[in-house]
Write a protein of this length. Structure first.
Ligand code: GN1
Ligand code: MG
Length: 363
């Protein structure tokens, strides 16, 4: 099996335009959707080869087009940096030997490849304030640098991705098809979802009324989608698959969801799941340093609600997938999605106790 996989990855790697020699591969298993491999070559640089899940992403060519266009834009904006420094801050995608930005294999799978950024680290959970602060700067700067990118040029790779009404309608459909066993296991959380329904639609309403503007957003700003150097300084925002028009609260909130959780998103021991307000404050500081000049009073006022809303949207999505029998996210065991949902609800509970302290003027 291992040998077959290695041969396959070697073949795929060699479809791309480079002069490197494949040595070995390692799976990078932190994502829930795509399959990602680090390809080690005899000489550096190494590469990251990725299969984009086309069941989840219906328009893979559109997705790759978005990623490449965003990288190009970032490179132009950071054109004052040396080539060497730039390569550590912006993803560099490699075309195939035929000049295409992705390779489609005989089974219909789509592959894309980028240069691996050397001496970089990622965090699943945060252990010090500096990483929270640097994460804030990194994601804030991503929004700042893409603020003049025409959002209408982006393909909507997953329409309604962070649309609350859409996620509620998926949840309600799942309730109809779920097994009695799963409904029973999820019972308490189904009640919680319904109790929060109104509050969790506030941001969507402000977006729809035009009170909060649409901008280019990353939409998956969990902290493991940020690269850091060995001194905890932010390097590069990765996983730009879901770059689409959105509101600032999506990116602010999803980062807080992961940075301020004292445990990983699937930690089962809920007493370990707490909201770290110090990391919140550090993140806000870094984030606003980069993007405050571009934000309206309404946007700033609603940042804390953005955090609560993004934790909730992941909770409802994990719960929905559990009720559906685990058809969307990769899972390692039968109750994995339920554990993820429980974890996010515990985080909401802990955040709610500190909600007043989270107001930007109180910091
Ligand atoms: C998925 O696979 P990954 O880690 O890039 C999901 C995100 C969730 C995240 C939860 C396309 O992202 O929305 O926040 O899991 N991506 C998609 O960890 O659904
Ligand atoms: Mg992602």
């Amino acid at each position: 099996m291992g040998i077959i996989k290695e041969e396959k990855l070697k073949f795929l790697f060699n479809q791309f335009n480079h002069t490197s020699e494949f040595k070995l591969f390692e799976e990078l298993a932190s994502g829930h959707i795509n399959d990602t491999y680090l390809i080690k070559t005899h000489e550096k640089p190494y590469f990251v080869l990725q299969r984009i899940n086309h069941k989840v992403f219906k328009n893979v060519p559109g997705l790759i087009h978005n990623k490449v266009a965003i990288s190009r834009h970032l490179k132009e904006k950071l054109g004052h940096l040396s080539e060497q420094v730039l390569r550590r801050h912006v993803l560099d995608f490699i075309n195939t030997k035929n000049g295409a930005p992705y390779y489609k294999d005989k089974d219909g799978n789509y592959w894309n490849m980028m240069v691996y950024i050397e001496d970089s680290v990622t965090f699943e959970t945060v252990n010090n304030e500096e990483v929270a602060y640097e994460g804030g700067k990194l994601f804030g700067n991503f929004l700042f640098l893409t603020s003049d990118f025409l959002a209408s040029k982006l393909t909507d790779v997953i329409p309604k991705f962070h649309d609350m009404s859409f996620r509620f309608s998926q949840f309600e459909e799942a309730l109809k098809v779920a097994s009695v066993e799963r409904l029973n296991l999820a019972n308490t959380y189904i009640t919680e979802v319904n109790e929060l329904k109104e509050e969790m639609h506030i941001l969507q309403k402000l977006k729809e009324s035009g009170a909060i503007k649409l901008r280019v957003t990353h939409n998956d700003t969990k902290i493991s989608n940020a690269l850091f150097d060995k001194d905890n300084k932010g390097l590069c925002v990765i996983d730009t698959d879901t770059v689409m028009p959105g509101i600032v609260h999506y990116d602010f909130g999803d980062a807080i969801r992961t940075i301020c959780n004292t445990a990983p998103e699937d930690e089962k021991k809920l007493e370990l799941v707490n909201f770290n307000i110090c990391y919140y404050k550090a993140y806000v500081k870094g984030f606003l340093e980069k993007i405050e000049s571009d934000l309206s009073a309404v946007e700033i006022e609603h940042l804390p609600l953005g955090a609560k809303t993004m934790i909730f949207i992941m909770a409802i999505r994990f719960l929905t997938d559990f009720l559906n029998g685990d058809i969307y996210y990769k899972t390692a065991y039968p109750e994995h999605n339920l554990d993820r949902a429980k974890n996010q609800f515990k985080l909401i509970e802990s955040l709610s106790e500190k909600f007043k302290e989270m107001g930007i003027n109180n910091l």
